[in-house]
Write a protein that binds this ligand. Structure first.
Ligand SMILES: N[C@@H](CCC(=O)NCCCC(=O)O)C(=O)O
Length: 251
């Protein structure tokens, strides 16, 4: 058997000078190595997308990262977004296409922040484009003027679904998480069940209902200093266990 399971991470398409580049945040790559003990591989978000079924055939896990860009709202039948809303259509095409295939092929998925929103939209769910403008919902955004340690520090409590995966990982009914998102889950995609909720009622985490392959999507950033937070580390370890199972089946 190979030593480490292979985890694919779809990239962001970024313009640097006159050329487009493909980028994956280093903290996500580090968390795959240090938190999950797996080998990270970038999946380029090309337009048109790669043959994603062929890509997944080589992988034991899929990590959908966060990103400052927002999913184009036509993907969930919402109105065009505001001027200056950052989008990444090449990433949308890759991530929205790869989620149903990963489920069909039994590839474990861990999805973080934008990735959580991608899982939901890929399965037919919808988003709030501006959570902070929804009556009754809090502002879940970070202060971009804060130092990074403050931006990614625990920001609010979440209630974990009794008997759920996250409650088992946390060993407690409540956890405290960071919060750096302007958008949020509105209606849930097919087959998703709620794993965690913020005190204002916003869904903070979902998983694929049983029976099904491992798919956990959280609205926060457990990759941040993963080794220093037992709850965050537990999330990566649960993902890693599913990736190891998949690796065994592939060999
Ligand atoms: N743009 C979306 C998703 C927010 C998100 O993923 N932020 C990540 C910031 C950078 C990083 O840590 O990778 C939203 O605003 O809801």
């Amino acid at each position: 058997m190979r030593q480490s399971p292979l985890v694919g991470l779809p990239s962001d398409r970024k313009q640097i000078g006159p050329h487009p580049f493909q980028a994956v945040g280093e903290k996500y790559l580090r968390a795959v190595v240090d938190g999950a003990g797996c080998l990270p591989l970038m999946i380029p978000s090309l337009s048109p997308p790669l043959d994603l079924r062929a890509v997944l055939a080589h992988l034991d896990g899929l990590l959908l990262t966060g990103a400052y860009s927002n999913i184009e709202p036509h993907h969930y039948s919402d109105e065009p977004s505001w001027d200056g809303n950052p989008h990444d259509p090449a990433r949308d095409a890759t991530t929205l296409g790869i989620v149903p295939l990963a489920i069909e092929m039994g590839v474990p998925v861990l999805a973080l922040c934008r990735g959580c929103q991608e899982v939901n939209v890929a399965l037919g769910g919808t988003l709030y484009q501006k959570v902070h403008e929804q009556p009754g919902l809090d502002d879940h955004r970070e202060n971009p003027d804060d130092p990074l340690d403050a931006q990614y520090a625990p920001s609010h409590p979440i209630d974990l679904a009794p008997g759920g995966l996250l409650a088992r990982i946390a060993g407690a009914p409540v956890a405290h998480v960071n919060s750096l998102h302007g958008q949020g889950l509105r209606t849930l995609g097919r087959g998703l069940v709620v794993e965690a909720t913020a005190r204002d009622g916003l869904v903070e985490a979902v998983r694929l209902d049983d029976p099904g392959p491992f798919l956990l999507a959280v609205q926060w950033h457990p990759e941040w200093r993963v080794g220093e937070n037992p709850f965050y580390l537990g999330i990566f370890q649960a993902f890693a266990a599913a990736c190891r199972e998949r690796a065994k089946q592939r060999t």
